[in-house]
Design a protein around this ligand. Sequence first.
Ligand code: ZN
Length: 155
Amino acid sequence: MSNEEQENSKVNALETIVAPRVCSLCNIPEQEVLVEYQRWKLVRTKTMKGHRERLMLLHKNHLRTLDEGSVGEAYLLLMKAGSKFFSYTDKWAIFEPVYATVPGHWHRVASDLEENAQDYDQILKTPRMIIDNHDGTISRVYPDGNVPGPSNKAS
Ligand SMILES: [Zn+2]
């Protein structure tokens, strides 16, 4: 087994940790939950950062990593809900958690692409999935100079 493979299996391993009392995602007030799914919650983020809409989908359990199937389910739910909540705009995005403030609890943030938003500079530096509400296309955007190499195959 190569080092790379060992790293991958480590990343893919499910980790269950006892939820710390300080985890803000484990302690979201019920009134902030927009949609509750079997294994997920959709909430409006506390800080809107100048966006009209900014959402977060999080797993109900305090898990750092999820298996591929669960990640796929999460993106599907977020895309479906987002097409409704972001219907006022042409394009919106789901962000990779490179700037996540709670990295120990799996979640994904989605927002519109308002150029005057406070975090627009950060948005441009974040790998993101852009969803076009009109033609339904989805495109992945990587920050400049961080384009994945040919070894990073799409599955
Ligand atoms: Zn948590």
